[in-house]
Design a protein around this ligand. Structure first.
Ligand SMILES: [Zn+2]
Length: 196
C-alpha cells in the first residue's frame, strides 16, 4: 500500500513509521499485525524476531522524542504506539493470533456446526474440570498442570499444521480448544495459590 507523506508528499509504505525523505512521523494506516511486523502470515512465528522489532519501534516512538514536535506529530506518535502494542499483543498470544488468522482467511464456518468435534471437546473439558474439582494436594495439581501443558503444546502443533494445510474446521476447533486450555491453566494457577 503506497501513501503520500502528509508533510512533503513523498511516497511512503503503510508500514513506515517515518517518511524516508523528511523523517516526519506518519499517521496509522489499516494494516494487519503480520504485515506491520514484516513477517509472513503464518501461525508459527519467530518470537525473538518479533520482540526485536517491537523494542526498536517502541524506542523510535518514545514520547521523549516528540516533546518538541507539533501536536499533530505527538498524536500520530501516540496512535502508532497504540497500534504497535495492539499488534504485538495479537502476535504474541497464540489464541489471538489464531483468531486473527481465521479472520484474515475469511473462514466462517461456526465450530458448532461440527457436532462430533464439538461434543468430543466438551467431554474433554468436562473431564478436566472434574479432575480439578477433586484435587486437594499439590502433587496431583502438578500432575494435572503437566498434563494440560502437554495438551497446550499438542494443540498449538495441530493448529500450526491446520493453518499450513488450510484445514478450516480443524483450525477453528483447535483455536476454541486452545482458548479453553489457556483459561483452564489460569484456574490451575489460582488453585495452586489456594492449596499452597
Ligand atoms: Zn515526508
Amino acid at each position: 500500500m503506497i501513501n503520500k507523506c502528509w508533510h512533503c508528499n513523498n511516497s511512503i509504505v503503510g508500514t513506515d513509521l517515518f517518511c524516508s525523505s523528511c523523517n516526519h512521523i506518519q499517521p496509522v494506516y489499516n494494516i494487519d499485525p503480520f504485515t506491520l511486523f514484516g513477517i509472513p502470515t503464518f501461525f508459527e512465528i519467530d518470537n525473538k524476531a518479533i520482540a526485536d522489532i517491537y523494542f526498536i519501534r517502541q524506542r523510535q516512538l518514545h514520547p521523549d522524542r516528540f516533546i518538541l514536535k507539533s501536536n499533530k506529530e505527538k498524536q500520530y506518535a501516540l496512535a502508532q504506539v497504540a497500534r504497535l502494542n495492539e499488534a504485538y499483543k495479537i502476535l504474541c498470544n497464540p489464541v489471538e493470533r489464531a483468531s486473527y488468522l481465521i479472520k484474515l482467511s475469511g473462514w466462517q464456518t461456526p465450530v458448532e456446526e461440527n457436532e462430533k468435534l464439538t461434543q468430543q471437546m466438551m467431554l474433554e473439558q468436562f473431564e478436566l474440570r472434574e479432575k480439578l474439582e477433586k484435587i486437594s494436594d499439590i502433587k496431583n495439581l502438578n500432575n494435572l498442570k503437566a498434563k494440560v501443558e502437554n495438551e497446550v503444546m499438542e494443540c498449538i502443533f495441530t493448529l500450526s499444521k491446520a493453518f499450513q494445510d488450510q484445514q478450516e474446521v480443524t483450525a477453528q476447533c483447535k483455536t476454541v480448544e486452545l482458548q479453553f486450555l489457556k483459561k483452564f491453566q489460569n484456574e490451575l494457577e489460582n488453585r495452586e495459590k489456594i492449596i499452597s
